[in-house]
Each structure stands twice: as structure tokens, then as C-alpha cells.
Design a protein around this ligand. Sequence first.
Ligand code: ADP
Ligand code: MG
Length: 243
Amino acid sequence: MICLQNISKNFGKLPVLRNIQLEWRAGSSYGLIGPNGSGKTTLIKCILGLAIPDAGTIHVDGQVIKNQEVYRKKIGYMPQIGRYPDNMTIGQVINMMKAIRPDVTHVDEDLLRAFRLDAMANKRMRTLSGGTRQKVSAALAFLFSPPILILDEPTAGLDPIASEALKEKIAWAKENGKLVVITSHILSDLEELITDIVYLHEGYVRYQNRVATLMQDTGEMRLSRAIAHMLRAQQAAQPLPAA
Ligand code: ADP
Ligand code: MG
């Protein structure tokens, strides 16, 4: 459903993505992991058309995305940092988004209710805490029931109750055949949510696999330990290329 071929991106002299090859299928959920600065957000922005790769091709649902925008209707995006007009209320932001998508007749307001955002509809965006902003971003990503969900560090900054509500919604999305991509540098947040893992490091995809296979191959019980195990083995066999 999303296919990246030979994607490279530099910011000035800094190579941020290097010859990325990925194929992501509907009904699976992918954990895009890696240390801060490894290129996760840039990779996502390339898929959304918010950053333009220097080389390579991206297909979404069979279509090359270059110079296109209609495909973005298929993607619900929760940005790492959501930016909204300061003086609008939560209710106004949500109604504005609905007005932009009159083609969608059924909206999914599960998260609005779970996060009790309906009770805060009159609060202005500038007065919101970081966590509440995150909730607005999450609710908007799911609002139009898109077939693809891309969530950039979704649980960072959420309180435990909100984080659980969001995780339940992500699990529901995966079980209902959607393609889910979640970036995180906190591995424990991804446990039980993802079917596949993609590990980015300095712009390279260093490792990708089904989570079930990874756990079986390493004999570990926890995702973080399994990944550490795999990376150590890989490093021993094949040292990182010079940056
Ligand atoms: P991650 O999401 O994995 O933390 P990012 O994709 O945000 O990583 O960043 C990867 C690298 O690219 C970092 O070194 C970051 O400083 C750099 N970078 C990201 N966006 C820009 C930009 N707009 N201009 C210049 N450098 C950028
Ligand atoms: Mg990021």
C-alpha cells in the first residue's frame, strides 16, 4: 500500500535518508523506530509530500505521489508537534476540518469522546497543554476513518489514560485492515501494537522484520530486548558504514 524505492534525502550536506527501500501492507502496523535524529519524521514527511526526496520513488495505493495531492485523503496524520491557529477553539478546529472534507459522510468521533475533547470544545488552542494538543492531533488523524494512519510519536506526552485509549484505537485500526505506521523512540509504547518493525539509524534502514519472527529468532520476551539483541548480533557481523 505504501512503497518506497531508493529514497534519499539530504538537508544541505547532511544525509538524512539513504537509499530507503520499504513496502508497507494494509492490515499490518509498522513500528518505525530509531534514535532521535535518525530520520523518522523526515521519512514520514516524504510520504506526506511535506518534504521532497532528492532521489527515489514513493507509491501510495499504487500511485506515484510526485506532484499529486489527492492521495493524502487516504492518510490520517498525527504530527509529532501539531500546530494550530492559536485563537481558534478546539470545536472550531474540528469543524473546520470537517468543512474541508464534505465528501466524508461518517466521521469517527471515538477519540474525541475518549479524550473528553467535546467537553473542552470552547477552549482556545493557545491555552492548551502539550498533552491536550496531542489529543486533538490524534482525534483529527482518526476523524475521517482513513485507510492509512501515520502517527509520529503518538503517545509521547499523553497521560496514561489517554495513552491507553489511543492504543486501543490503534489496535482497532489494525484489526480493521488499515495500514498503521507509528514512529517512536520509546519501544515499550509499541509493544502489542505493531506487527512489523523497521529500525532506522543515521538514515539507513538497519533492520526490518515481522515482530513475531524477531521474537522467535532472539528468544526474548520483550520487544526492546529483542531489538537490542538483534542489533548487537548485526553490529558484530557487519559494522556500521562510516557516516
Ligand atoms: P527523528 O524524527 O528520527 O528524530 P528527523 O527526521 O526529525 O529525525 O531528523 C533527522 C535529521 O535531519 C536530524 O539531524 C535533524 O536535525 C535534521 N533535520 C530535520 N528536519 C530538518 C530541516 N527542515 N532542515 C535541516 N535539517 C533537518
Ligand atoms: Mg521525529
